[in-house]
Design a binder for this molecule. Structure first.
Ligand code: GLP
Length: 245
């Protein structure tokens, strides 16, 4: 079902159906291309997708031994083993449950000094290119329309870089984990994301309904960086009934 945009979107009956559909597409890609390059997201939204991939690995022998992953972003100031780092999140929700080779999992590092961030981000982009580019990028969407940590104001040409986090993003973090949010992060840029061959956006719950509608139907503008996805040829949006109502 389309809700009025050139991006294809589909509304599923509930969140589990949306999660299973996205996990199924990732699994189909990995079976067809065992050395697939996946772009991964963190946040509450993709947790069920990763749970299903772990189940498929355990029960259906879904093999990640040659898969390569790149994550969208990481908080500045959090060491990789910090309980709130995105590296920790990925370890807990996916990496420890499947047979990914540790050297094939790439995340920006939260503990590089800010003056070293440009070189670190450039090297991350080079690693994506050296891997042959991202086959399928999983995205969530922030309440302010961010993708990765490309906050409002991020340009369509932006590359992987250090960014200041938006108040809405920091408040959402503080509400969900009950700890003070970092002020900065490193994130793939909008242009970096748009170079993925396929992009799948998952948005769940009533709180995402308004920003999903702006992504699909609002003016394309850096005010809502997710609207830049409309310039990509292979984007699909997976919604539960609440986000797609
Ligand atoms: C996070 C991440 C995004 C994510 C978004 C929504 O902080 N940087 O990649 O899509 O914010 O998070 P959630 O899925 O928890 O709503």
């Amino acid at each position: 079902m389309s809700i009025g945009s050139k991006i294809r979107s589909r509304v599923f009956a509930d969140r589990m159906q949306a999660e299973l559909a996205l996990a199924g597409e990732i699994a189909a890609l990995v079976r067809a291309k065992p050395d697939a390059v996946l772009g991964l997201a963190t946040g509450r939204t993709p947790v069920g997708v990763y749970r299903e991939l772990v189940r498929m690995h355990g029960e259906e022998r879904l093999d990640f031994s040659q898969v390569v992953t790149f994550n969208l972003d990481e908080f500045e100031g959090l060491a990789p083993d910090h309980r709130l780092s995105f590296r920790r999140f990925m370890q807990d929700h996916l990496f420890e449950g499947v047979n990914l080779a540790p050297e094939n999992t790439h995340l920006l590092s939260g503990d590089v000094a800010s003056d070293e961030a440009p070189a670190h981000c450039a090297e991350f982009e080079e690693r994506i290119l050296a891997a042959g580019g991202i086959d399928l990028q999983v995205l969530g969407i922030g309440l302010n329309g961010h993708i990765g940590f490309n906050e409002p104001g991020s340009g369509v040409d932006s590359r992987t870089r250090r960014v200041a986090l938006h108040p809405v993003t920091r408040a959402s973090f503080e509400e969900s984990v009950g700890a003070e949010a970092p002020t900065h992060a490193l994130t793939m840029g909008v242009a970096t994301i748009l170079e993925a061959r396929a992009i799948r956006v998952l948005a769940l719950g009533a709180k995402k309904r308004a920003i999903v509608r702006r992504m699909l139907e609002g003016d394309v503008s850096s005010d809502v960086p997710a609207t830049f996805l409309r310039g990509h040829g292979d984007v699909r949006v997976l919604l539960d009934a609440e986000a797609g109502a």
